[in-house]
Ligand binder design. Structure first.
Ligand code: DP6
Length: 344
């Protein structure tokens, strides 16, 4: 072994959704997005990478099982990191010996959450891969543009706290980067709960789903051009002011519009199920009862809800959820990893 590094990267939850690419190879989006990165100890990927002169080829193991290293997105990340390493070397930085550059890598990556929990594992996975590769090759550079080429949402997991992915306008994607809006210490009362409406795998993955949406949905075009730019400004302001009702309302509206674009896709894509709809109703009735927005939901490309609320409302809301979804009817598996704290 000539070099070895282990890093972790957390999952992020988008509150303004990314859905649709303008360049599928470079993974350039049609709109900016914004997410909350979870705390490092919660839902995360851990990756160890070793390089050695004796390794014959690059290899990768995911959750203990060897996978195909020739996956195009994996190859993009490896290629970009090696390109940076070579550049650093030719710029005269002695940090890396020249033989190290030709060494093959062995990559070992594990998630501490079941993939069946329906949470985007690709975001944490590619963020972690790129960060660990950079460590092994001694690179200190802006890495979100490389993580983006693994999976779009992965670029946001390169930073903690509240992170925006600025869509950028250049054809080469150099200005399509993630940027921290506020650090993880900014809003310590904010909490996330995951409600598992189904542990089954989603029928249509994000990549192919958004491809069909771009091709067929005029609602998606309207959303990207006219709705998201305004919402991004509103969301950044709500986060900066720690205005929970404004944050919550934008989060729910954006989730709902994302799922509306899925319905507007032809043929339509259904990610939500009956339980998801019941959760949406429950949240609105709960907020209505108090006459203020105390809880928000958001759903990605699957039926499981991510709930945002403030610490002071967590225990009561959990009781309400348990009342309507009794643990004995869902093996106690309904509420997962509770409560997830976004702060360190
Ligand atoms: C609904 O990042 O998984 O979670 O770029 O094709 O890998 P690819 O897609 P991916 O899409 C995530 C979509 C989403 C919304 C979001 O995270 O912003």
């Amino acid at each position: 072994i000539s070099n070895i590094a282990t890093c972790t990267a957390p999952v992020n939850i988008a509150v303004i959704k990314y859905w649709g690419k303008r360049n599928e190879e470079l993974i350039l989006p049609i709109n900016s997005s914004l997410s909350v990165t979870l705390h490092q100890d919660q839902l995360k990927t851990t990756t160890t990478i070793a390089t050695s002169r004796s390794f014959q080829e690059d290899r990768i193991w995911l959750n203990g099982k060897e996978e195909d290293i020739n996956h195009p997105r994996l190859q993009s990340c490896l290629r970009e990191i090696r390109r940076l390493a070579r550049k650093r070397r030719s710029d005269g930085d002695p940090g890396l010996d020249s033989t190290g550059l030709s060494h093959k890598v062995h990559i070992c990556s594990v998630n501490n959450f079941p993939t069946a929990a329906g949470l985007a594992s690709s975001a944490a996975g590619f963020a972690c891969l790129v960060h660990t590769l950079a460590r092994v090759f001694g690179i200190e550079a802006e890495l979100s543009a490389i993580a983006r080429q693994g999976s779009g949402s992965a670029c946001r997991s390169m930073y903690g706290g509240f992170v925006q992915w600025i869509m950028g306008h250049q054809d080469d994607g150099k200005d399509s980067l993630a940027q921290q809006v506020e650090p993880e210490t900014h809003w310590p009362e904010l909490r996330i709960l995951v409600l598992v409406a189904s542990a089954e795998r989603k029928p249509i993955g994000s990549t192919s789903g958004m491809h069909t949406s771009v091709e067929t949905s005029c609602l998606l075009k309207h959303r990207a051009e006219a709705v998201v730019p305004v919402r991004m400004d509103g969301m950044i302001e709500a986060v900066q002011r720690k205005d929970f009702p404004a944050f919550a309302e934008l989060t729910m509206k954006d989730s709902n519009q994302f799922h509306a674009t899925c319905l507007d896709t032809y043929p339509p894509i259904f990610y939500l199920n009956n339980v998801s709809h019941q959760i949406i109703n429950l949240v609105h009735q709960y907020n209505n009862y108090y006459g203020e927005t105390r809880v928000a939901y958001t759903f990605d490309a699957g039926p499981n809800a991510v709930i945002f609320t403030l610490q002071e409302h967590v225990s009561e809301f959990i009781q309400v959820v348990r009342h309507f979804f009794p643990p004995e009817t869902n093996d106690g598996q309904f509420i997962k990893g509770l409560p997830v704290n976004c702060a360190p």
